[in-house]
Design a protein around this ligand. Sequence first.
Ligand SMILES: Cc1ncc(COP(=O)(O)O)c(C=O)c1O
Length: 443
Amino acid sequence: MVNVIENLKELRKNKKLSQKELSSESGVTYTTLTKIEGGYIKNPTTEVLKKLAKALDTSIDALISSNTKPFKTLNKLEISKQALVNNFNLMQGFSPSKNIIPILKSNAYGHGIKEVIHCIDHLNFDMYGVDSYFEALEVLKHSDKQVLLIGSTHHDNFQYIDSPKVILAIQDISQLEFLINSNLKRTIHLKINTGMNRQGIDLPQLTKIAQRLAKSKIKVQGVFSHLHDADEDNPESMITQEENFKKAIGTIREAGIKPEFIHLENTAGSVALESELTNTFRLGLALYGYSPFTSQNQLDKKLKKLIPVATLKSTLINKHLIKKGERVGYGHNYIAEQDTITGTIPLGYNDYFIRKMSNKSFVNINGEDYKLAGNVSMNLASIELGQDDIDMYSEVIIFGNQESLKSTSKSQASIIQHAIDAETIIWELLVKLNPESIRRVVV
Ligand SMILES: Cc1ncc(COP(=O)(O)O)c(C=O)c1O
């Protein structure tokens, strides 16, 4: 653990903290701290590392990292702490009495579980939501809060998921039967199928199940369902889903179960439904700074103060002078209409782009928009620079908020526009942000 010693000393000095000051800020005793820095404690406990990382405004990974060389990174995703906090507070401000479960599934919508936790863990909420147990373990490395596993889990694995911090979402009657029959003492949120017909207990089965649950060792901490059309301009099922959910809650209460968390709304629902039945929202997209509504939808205006959290930056790594009529990339489907400079960036469909963006989407350099030229490759993409002779290794903004783009006019280098270009949704583009090839940095 030589790394911990060096990293700790360096991070402490960067923060201009003495050992005594770090000890009092972190709650780690002075003796323990000096023993770690002196090399006498070789493997500090996770608890100690967590406290030190928090006080140093960093992560456990940064404390134990062996990669301390200042390698220049060509692709990075900047995560704005200020934007995340702004978005959380904005949504909380709309409904002050509701609990918020920040959704961190799919690597926190591509933003990085560790990085997002680092930015928002101090805020007032009880639990995160993730898809898989592996994501839950990652959360527990960085936070003391609870984690709700909203994704599916094979019931054989329930025996291994024994941390009291991990809450199982039960999606199906067979999972529940397994849990009751195996006599495992677990805390759960019960998912109800209110009309999406994808997951959850069907209403006709609920009375029997609720009665069995009430007699079991299982603690039903929450009951939830999921809306499927709250983001549409005329949601037809939202109210029916809420009514079905109301019936389900009634049945559960009649059986003597008193769930603490009742949740139905995602981002769109939290604005469109404003249900009096629920006390909790599960928020993904809004937290990351985007509205799920189309710009024609009145509700979109309410979310104008959300700030996009992520800015994706790449680097200009090649330049070519192309003569009129010359072509670029696989399939040679970009043809220069006049002599032009093209540039290359080390970012392809492995990392973020979708092939449908080829010859269509824009990126931004020094405040100017430039179009993709030719088919996007696996790890590379070309851009048409016209007559602009831009310096090698210049920063290329793939998408970001208006502030990061430094553009005076409205830039098309936005993930919202990219989603339109690629005929997809923002969620899909965000979760494609490859953690292997793009470094996350909190700013
Ligand atoms: C069950 C569940 N709840 C909440 C969310 C968050 O949705 P949104 O990103 O629209 O807020 C999702 C996202 O897919 C989900 O699957």
